[in-house]
Design a protein around this ligand. Structure first.
Ligand code: AMP
Ligand code: MG
Length: 417
């Protein structure tokens, strides 16, 4: 079902036929096609980079008990403080993991370690550096008010607090917080199964010598890596020659076992572009073809059952940019994460030439200046074949179609890479 947006008012249908979808319209069609995958239990040690499919609630306070922030001596402080110069008998010890075997009374002190449970009756700690002791008695060299150097139970997290939300990506800190909340396993979305098919007679595998007219197949590597970075399991990466038969065979195999298929090249209007015909023959229903975007105009998207199929243009930058704009949100949403990547506003540091009829995704380096303003600098020549323009790019600045240059100083939305 090809989608053609109607012009406002709906009068000029002739114009509507030739008008391309905007980036936002195309993304809405992708969003509508995504059904989140099932989730599964994942042991915490295997959960790095996975997307959480449940809220994590703290099973107990973190920290679970009142403890000492210092190595030193615990005491029961007088109000407003026990004065410097006070000498107290040392009546026991509380070590980390080995609480004292008796409570502490007024006028007594106990040795205590950082992280050790505060003995019953104690309410303050003076660090060892500020004391003098003779083995049996300790003298305080500073005033000690109640609460000094005490970490209260639940200071970090309270029992019952939601510490992590569904949709969050689990990095090292999130994993630690989950463990602190009492968890040994978490529910995560099943990793999307992704197939990559690179079409083109000119393509040669990495490291192979190049014959006349041949190029290395960079897209197979970049697309698989981009998908893996989004938590996908890339289970097959194949090539297809520029014939309908070969393209259909490769796509048939990819479709059989995938949640999402990434196709590079062969999606334009040349006589050797067979991807659209092959997909049609395989029963993949077109949702859109062509977007008012540079680079990436020929982008194609369709579905078969629950399988999402992206036909990405072959130019190396185009395929990366269109992956980021259309396939990345789909992979996120499949895993229960928000579809949209949060855009940031950045100030252009140099003028950017606008396209008259298409929005442009300009690869930019990002830096925050002294006043806290995010500044975006294009990463050099922006041709869709200039793959090096992706190196050092931290974002895609979306520069809307228009006449002439967009001047330096203009604020543009930036989609982080
Ligand atoms: P296509 O979209 O098939 O018309 O290809 C557009 C341009 O991208 C051509 O210059 C192709 O040689 C190049 N290209 C296509 N596929 C790849 C690939 N997998 N790796 C690198 N370049 C490619
Ligand atoms: Mg081609």
């Amino acid at each position: 079902m090809p989608v053609t947006p109607r012009p406002p008012g709906g009068a000029s249908t002739l114009r509507a036929v030739s008008r391309l979808l905007s980036i936002a319209q195309a993304r809405e069609l992708v969003r509508a096609a995504v059904a989140p995958l099932d989730d599964e239990r994942v042991p915490i040690e295997a959960a790095l980079g996975r997307v959480l499919a449940e809220d994590i609630v703290a099973a107990h306070d973190v920290a679970p008990f009142d403890s000492s922030a210092m190595d030193g001596f615990a005491l029961r402080a007088e109000r407003p403080h026990t004065p410097a110069g006070t000498t107290l008998p040392i009546v026991g010890e509380s070590r980390a993991g080995r609480p004292a075997d008796r409570p502490l009374g007024p006028g007594e002190a106990m040795r205590i370690s950082t992280g050790a449970m505060l003995p019953e009756g104690a309410d303050a700690v003076l660090q060892v550096e500020l004391t003098t002791e003779d083995g049996e008695r300790v003298t305080l060299n500073e005033d000690v008010p109640p609460g000094r150097n005490v970490r209260r139970a639940g200071e970090d997290v309270r029992a019952g607090d939601v510490v992590l939300r569904a949709g969050m990506v689990l990095g090292p800190a999130e994993l630690g917080v989950a463990v602190g909340a009492g968890r040994a396993e978490v529910r995560c979305a099943r990793p999307p199964r992704v197939a990559v098919v690179a079409t083109g007679d000119e393509l040669v595998d990495p490291g192979e010598p190049l014959g006349p007219g041949q190029i290395h197949n960079t897209n197979a590597t970049t697309l698989a890596a981009l998908a893996m970075q989004q938590g996908a399991e890339v289970f097959t990466v194949t090539g297809a020659a520029d014939t309908l038969e070969d393209t259909e065979d490769a796509l048939d195999a990819a479709l059989s076992d995938a949640d999402l298929v990434l196709i590079s090249g062969g999606v334009s209007v040349g006589p050797h572009d067979h991807v659209k015909d092959a997909l049609e023959a395989l029963g993949v229903e077109q949702r859109f073809w062509r977007v008012a975007l540079r680079p990436g105009k020929p982008t194609w998207f369709g579905v078969r059952d629950r399988v999402l199929v992206f036909g990405l243009p072959g130019n190396p930058v185009s395929s990366m940019v269109t992956f980021l704009l259309f396939a990345r949100p789909a992979l996120r949403a499949l895993q229960h994460a928000p579809f949209d990547v949060e855009r940031r506003a950045a100030v252009l540091t140099e003028p950017v030439a606008r396209q008259a009829d298409r929005d442009e995704a300009v690869r930019v380096a990002l830096a925050t200046d002294a006043s806290g303003t995010l500044r975006a600098t294009p990463t050099g020549p922006q041709g869709s074949h200039v793959l090096s323009s992706m190196i050092g790019a931290a974002g895609l600045a979306i520069v809307e179609a228009g006449d002439g240059d967009l001047p330096a100083g203009t604020v543009v939305p930036v989609e982080p890479i």
